[in-house]
Write a protein of this length. Structure first.
Ligand SMILES: [Zn+2]
Length: 277
């Protein structure tokens, strides 16, 4: 395996794939990528199947696994909204296995499940384009991956992904147009060593403007989960282009802390009205 010289690293990569909360087909694709077993143009070129290994998308660099799934300039639109991924993009990695290790090392601040699905969708899209089939727009992959992951997690554990939605819906007060309301929640799954972040953005009529869930590594306390959910809610609202929001969660201590200490930057404070239930 390129870039992985120790048994410990190989084991870490294997465990990182095995523990993903994603469909098997995604795990299989990630496993193949870490073993440089995807039929990229570079790999096909080595077998004399193709003569030109230049990437079809950017038309400027050779298409190896890292390029096809990560470094191609056509994919930057996917990574740039995420500060952590944008930072990781600056590092040169010689193989997808090294990239995967870097991702695992940052799993405390990355949704590895979501990223695995994004890699899978990038590869599926790439194959569709090469076959002349209809393909998803690259800029829409992240949102589609979120929905895909949400559906998968709910199918695996429907009661635990959104355990308190019904209870809260009764007390939900709509925002006044044109403001939208961002509700967030965190839940811990101790037996799985993970936590879930749930966010829904609704307009004054109760219509869903955006929704997402993320599974993250289990933090040190439920309060940290709520803080993570709150932070993700603010970022998600920004990603959705919401300019006038109220943000609501039931973690009073987190909300009060944010408001009192002005943890948010000035733009955030202007844009978001924080409240707790
Ligand atoms: Zn490219």
């Amino acid at each position: 395996m390129p870039g992985c010289s120790t048994q410990g690293k190989i084991q870490a990569i294997w465990n990182g794939i095995w523990n993903l909360q994603v469909p098997h087909i995604v795990k299989h694709m990630i496993w193949r990528a870490t073993h440089n077993a995807l039929p990229t143009l570079c790999n096909l070129g080595r077998r004399n199947v193709v003569s030109c290994v230049r990437c079809w998308s950017c038309k400027s660099e050779s298409e190896d696994t890292v390029h096809a799934l990560w470094k191609c300039s056509s994919l930057f639109v996917l990574w740039e909204p995420d500060g952590v991924l944008k930072k990781l993009l600056r590092y040169n990695v010689s193989s997808f296995a090294d990239l995967w290790m870097m991702v695992l090392d940052n799993r405390h601040c990355l949704d590895v499940n979501l990223l695995a699905i994004i890699f899978w969708m990038i590869w599926s899209r790439r194959n569709s384009v090469r076959l002349g089939e209809a393909a998803i727009e690259i800029r829409n992959i992240r949102q589609q991956a979120r929905l895909f992951l949400q559906d998968f997690l709910e199918a695996q554990d429907p009661k635990r992904v959104c355990p308190r939605v019904i209870d809260r819906a009764i007390r939900w007060i709509p925002p006044i147009h044109p403001r939208v309301k961002v509700n967030f929640d965190g839940a811990t799954f101790n037996s799985k060593g993970s936590a879930g972040l749930g966010i829904v953005i609704q307009d004054g009529s109760g219509g869903v403007v955006g929704a997402m869930t993320e599974r993250v590594h289990l933090p040190s306390s439920p309060a940290v989960v709520e803080a993570m959910a709150c932070r993700r809610a603010l970022l998600f609202a920004q990603e959705q282009g919401c300019v006038d929001c109220s943000v609501e969660g039931d973690a009073e201590v987190i909300i009060n802390s944010i408001v009192a200490r002005e943890v948010l930057n000035r733009n955030m404070v202007r844009k978001f009205k924080m409240s707790s239930r």
